[in-house]
Design a protein around this ligand. Structure first.
Ligand code: NAD
Ligand code: IPM
Ligand code: MN
Length: 350
């Protein structure tokens, strides 16, 4: 059985995943690692971004570490076979509905943030993004021609009680091990799905988590509060689309989008899907300058949440802290290290 399936993907995906692989081999030489094509490179080879064989391998591995997918080369691929569609099918196929996106401000990087040091020092925010529902998956979705000219495009936001409850439960459980506070963000002022979201979270809270503090917040206000005073948050649970947007904003507080890892989890005992939250970065792909830390920290989360090796996770986290403390910086963090040199710095710190 494969412990860790690597899906490096496109653009900077293979560049950053190669560094995570080196770290995995250093902390756990016994780990069985496999690698497969996924995303645009799979579309080029097989005509589809996600083959049945790769989905099967992902479901039977203990953890999957994805790099990034997509890029301008595939902009004109059929919609259902674009690299990004493959990623949605992978998430849905693995049934990983709860996406943990931790925004941690490492002490050495407090000055790399776009916010002032006193606002981000000690930041430890956990965004829990619903990952297999909402407008990403709702139907109908289409673009149609209008009789008088022009077109009409439709996407559908859908949520069921069960979908909201299971992701909110993850958020409440996480909060219990942290600062015991959950913010739930939606647009219940304008959307029916937001209204149901608020009701379901309120009911679940009363029924199962009365000991956790719960605050409801409208998603637009949440965006503002994240850049005004991010440390007021502990766990922030929200839907698929709001979570996508709010997590990119939160990433920048930590110094760079290249710092934010993620863990996508399903029911207990199922494999997790780990991925940096950034994309394939076509603007810097092939130059060897991407920051590999989001990938390395995603590996850290895999050791913690799927591979049952918290001590390996602790070692990786400590090594990243030590490398940053020693001044290791890729370009996005204001330094000049290459991707490989940042990998070297983490390995040396191990
Ligand atoms: P992006 O995240 O790829 O890049 C945004 C900006 O951040 C770019 O300037 C990029 O250079 C920079 N950046 C991102 N990661 C970095 C890293 N590790 N080190 C240094 N700089 C980094 O977003 P985009 O440009 O909007 O999207 C590009 C492609 O990636 C699109 O096809 C998009 O659909 C796809 N995408 C994929 C994923 C994924 O696979 N999980 C996530 C987001 C976007
Ligand atoms: C992310 C990405 C993906 C998303 C895209 C590439 C499908 O932006 O993981 O944040 O929107 O979920
Ligand atoms: Mn995103």
């Amino acid at each position: 059985m494969t412990d860790l399936l690597l899906l490096p993907g496109d653009g900077i995906g293979p560049e950053v995943t190669a560094q995570a692989r080196r770290v995995a081999q250093a902390v756990a030489p016994d780990l069985s690692i496999a690698e497969a094509l996924f995303g645009g490179c799979s579309f080029d080879a097989h005509g589809t971004p996600l083959t049945d064989a790769v989905l099967g391998a992902a479901k039977s591995a203990r953890a999957v570490l994805m790099g990034a997918v997509g890029g301008p080369q595939w902009a004109d691929a059929p919609r259902d076979r674009r690299p990004e569609a493959g990623l949605l099918n992978l998430r849905a196929g693995m049934e990983v509905y709860a996406n943990l996106r931790p925004a941690l401000c490492f002490p050495a990087l407090a000055d790399a943030s776009s916010l002032k040091r006193h606002l981000v020092e000690g930041l430890d925010l956990m965004i829990v993004r619903e990952l297999t529902g909402g407008i990403y998956f709702g139907s109908p979705r289409f673009i149609e021609d209008l009789p008088g000219g022009g077109k009409r495009a439709v996407d559908t936001q859908v949520y069921t009680t069960g979908e909201i409850e299971r992701v909110a439960r993850v958020a409440f459980q996480l909060a219990r091990g942290r600062r015991n506070l959950v913010h739930s963000a939606e647009k219940s002022n304008v959307m029916d799905s937001g209204l149901l979201w608020r009701q379901v979270v309120t009911d679940l809270h009363a029924r199962e988590f009365p000991d956790v503090r719960l605050e409801h917040i409208l998603a637009d206000n949440a965006a503002m509060q994240i850049v005004r005073d991010p440390r007021q948050f502990d766990v922030l649970v929200t839907d698929n689309l709001f979570g996508d947007i709010l997590s990119d904003a939160a990433a920048q507080l930590t110094g760079s989008l290249g710092m934010l890892p993620s863990a996508a989890l399903g029911d207990a005992g199922r494999p997790g899907l780990y991925e940096p939250i950034h994309g394939s970065a076509p603007d810097i792909a092939g130059q060897g300058i991407a920051n590999p830390l989001a990938s390395i920290l995603s590996l850290e989360m895999a050791f913690r949440w799927s591979l049952g090796r918290p001590e390996a996770a602790d070692r990786i986290l400590a090594a990243v802290v030590r490398a940053l403390d020693a001044g290791a910086r890729t370009r996005d963090l204001g330094g000049s290290l290459t991707t490989v040199q940042m990998g070297d710095a983490v390995l040396a710190a191990l």
